[in-house]
Design a protein around this ligand. Structure first.
Ligand code: NAG
Ligand code: NAG
Length: 393
């Protein structure tokens, strides 16, 4: 009977082992479940904390908004404070982004600089005699403020850099005959409609986003076969002067905005016209414009390509061209042309603008305030620039 006993023992032992394994498995599952349940419990805890935080925050905002109905002024301060904090956060993010700029852009930038140097050598264009001792160049975008969203995707807004007028002039769209005038920045940012704005109906329609207010006059571009620069007095609402732009076969000046043939810019030196012609169709050209007579004093072929350019401005006699891509990414200054030829390539840093909505249809530098009034896909933005001295050669 021994074998029979032996079998039984074996079966019993096997059963015992099986039972032990089973217990181990159960213990294991039990432990894992306990851990998971604990985690989920923590999670719930956290998420309910978050959602109650969110609820509290929402309640806070709602009650804030209610109070605000009565106390607009207080709200404005708070909103501004929030905007400052958002700005700061954005700057931090932008800073991080600039720490890792896309390498191809840097390469393009370097080749541009080389081109600039070699083109400058056999440039028939003369050196410019500066009228001011302004010798600053952009070091970086110091701050940005998104003022509001108004009007079409393309347009321009500007303020007279000469005199003490606080008025804001708005050209909505890329062609029309009406200009909106807001008494101050405050009115422009507070009112959503144009009801509060005065309107100026111009004798001839404007085209593009290259217009400007300077010294109490509106300088605007009219297309009448060829292109004309019209000087319109804001004081007595009459055309003071007009001139056919002395360039033949003009083409859109910025590759990414087909509506701009001439972009009038103001800087410390006065007025400039940024344009392009069929004759030199790859690059942007620059002219110095006499604000009194509308005479063209000097012209330059710049080494800055039209391709992928979205906008440009002039600061202290140097043209800064802002580039983007067809699917808008970050706008950046990738070509600088100094008419007095004093800027070294180290001076012309690759400057990125914080990533925003789309692309800039206009960027108007105000030499008095040293900031840029930009129109980015229907948003009105102010960029404050940090300047540094040029390292003169
Ligand atoms: C100017 O814009 C307004 C509003 O968008 C429009 O009603 C009007 O027809 C435009 N005028 C011209 C001359 O394009
Ligand atoms: C309008 O003002 C300009 C100066 O801004 C002046 O030269 C011009 O004579 C004035 N025209 C009329 C009709 O008053």
């Amino acid at each position: 009977m021994a074998p029979k006993h032996g079998w039984l023992l074996l079966i019993l032992m096997a059963g015992a082992i099986k039972g032990q394994q089973h217990q181990q498995l159960m213990d294991y599952i039990e432990r894992r479940l306990a851990v998971l349940e604990e985690r989920i419990a923590q999670w719930h805890d956290q998420s309910s904390r978050y959602s109650s935080e969110l609820r509290d925050f929402k309640n806070q905002v709602v009650s804030m908004l209610e109070t605000v109905e009565k106390e607009r002024e207080t709200m404005r301060a708070e909103v501004e404070n929030t905007a400052v904090r958002v700005d700061r956060l954005e700057r931090e993010v932008d800073y991080l982004e600039t720490q890792n700029p896309a390498p191809p852009c840097v390469e393009v930038d370097e080749t541009l600089m080389e081109n600039q140097v070699s083109t400058a050598k056999h440039r028939k264009n003369q050196k410019y005699e500066k009228m001011t001792d302004c010798s600053d160049t952009i070091s970086q975008v110091k701050a940005m403020k998104i003022l509001k969203r108004f009007g079409s995707t393309a347009g321009l807004w500007t303020k007279d850099p000469v005199g003490n007028s606080e008025k804001i002039y708005v050209f909505d769209g890329t062609s029309n005959d009406t200009v909106y005038v807001f008494p101050r920045m405050r009115e422009f940012t507070l009112f959503s409609a144009t009801r509060k704005a005065a309107r100026i109906k111009l004798p001839y329609p404007w085209v593009g986003t290259g217009h400007l207010v300077y010294g109490g006059h509106l300088y605007y571009i009219r297309r009448h076969g060829t292109f004309q620069v019209i000087k319109f007095s804001l004081a007595n609402k009459t055309i003071v002067d007009s001139a056919v732009f002395p360039a033949e076969e003009q083409i859109p000046v910025f590759g990414l905005s087909s509506y701009n043939y001439i972009d009038v810019a103001a800087d410390e030196e006065g007025l400039w016209a940024i344009y392009a012609t069929r004759e030199n169709e790859k690059n942007i050209a620059l002219a110095k414009l006499d604000s009194t007579s509308l005479d063209i004093e000097q012209m330059w072929d710049t080494p800055c390509p039209r391709e992928n350019a979205e906008s440009a401005f002039v600061i202290c006699g140097a043209l800064y061209v802002v580039y983007n891509t067809r699917l808008p990414s970050r706008s950046r200054i990738q070509c600088v042309f100094d008419v007095s030829g004093t800027m070294t390539s180290e001076d012309a840093a690759l400057v990125y603008f914080p990533k925003r909505y789309g692309s800039h249809s206009s960027m108007k530098y105000n030499p008095k305030e040293r900031q840029i009034y930009a129109w980015d896909d229907g948003y009105q933005i102010i960029y404050r620039m940090e300047m540094k001295k040029k390292l003169e050669v």
